[in-house]
Design a protein around this ligand. Structure first.
Ligand code: ZN
Length: 273
């Protein structure tokens, strides 16, 4: 049984500030170890339930936050930048389950460190009319490959947001949102215990899990933070302007829809201030 793990960092117990999750910042070296422990807890729980093959796709910032030799389960490690499928790079239909570890909520949610791919460019994204975060956008790739998302770890707001697109997803809520820069976190040991338990339950319950049910053709409505960003997004084929700061992308292929969205993220990054 193969498990695909997309690991972010903002959802780790104790993390409440960019300073703690950006390479080169003073607190980063401490918090990256806590992230590694949480990723390993997810792998260990899945191992207990019979999974035997793991790919960890590092999905945070420059995507080189983990120490490969320290990964549990002899997991393969997909790291580094400029991946065409970004947070979902490496997934294909040979996988049985997807874990989202240390995820965060969407820009317009009340989750700690909330953002949707780029906090300087994007203020909200909806999928078929439902406001989604990265968990919902990334679900397009899961749907395209027919693989269920069975575990999300992070704060309570983020867990609820993921369930909108992936009903029945197991959640390890390791912290409770207080504000965008505050949270009430479990002790890291308890956070890892909870993640291990939920990961195990997620794999044990795989028989009743289904890939995200996303109606096709699907539409992503993207609200940018200013008009220039929305204008630039329309330089990409298939991106239609729907308002001063809004665009829409519609596609009957969920993976192609995701890739078009990623193009808007990468292109608008250049002028986002
Ligand atoms: Zn991140």
């Amino acid at each position: 049984m193969k498990v695909f793990i997309s690991s972010d960092m903002e959802g780790t117990a104790g993390v409440v500030d960019w300073n703690q999750c950006l390479l080169g910042q003073s607190e980063y070296e401490h918090y990256r170890l806590l992230l590694q422990d949480e990723v390993n807890a997810a792998i260990e729980g899945a191992l207990e339930a019979g999974a035997h093959e793991f790919l960890v796709n590092d999905s945070h910032s420059k995507m080189q936050n983990l120490r490969p030799a320290g990964l549990a389960g002899r997991a393969r490690y997909l790291s580094g930048r400029h991946k065409p499928l970004y947070m979902m790079q490496g997934l294909d239909s040979s996988f049985d389950a997807i874990f989202f570890v240390s995820y965060h909520g969407s820009m317009s949610s009340a989750a700690p460190l909330s953002h949707t791919y780029n906090p300087r460019a994007i203020s909200e994204v909806s999928l078929n009319g439902t406001v989604v975060g990265e968990s919902g956008i990334n679900a397009l790739v899961a749907a395209g490959h027919g693989v269920p998302i069975v575990l999300i770890t992070g704060d309570d707001v983020t867990a609820a947001e993921a369930a909108k697109v992936s009903p029945g997803v197991h959640a390890a809520v390791v912290k409770t949102a207080v504000s965008r820069f505050a949270a009430d976190s479990l002790h890291p040991t308890d956070a890892c215990d909870l993640i291990r338990t939920q990961a195990r339950a997620a794999i044990e319950g795989l028989a009743s899990a289904a890939p995200p049910a996303i109606t096709l053709p699907a539409t992503l409505d993207v609200t940018f933070r200013n008009a220039d960003l929305a204008d630039m997004a329309t330089w990409i084929s298939g991106v239609e302007r729907t308002g001063t700061v809004t665009v829409a992308i519609t596609d009957d292929d969920p993976i192609r829809l995701f890739r078009t969205f990623i193009c808007t993220v990468l292109l608008t990054r250049d002028i986002a201030e």
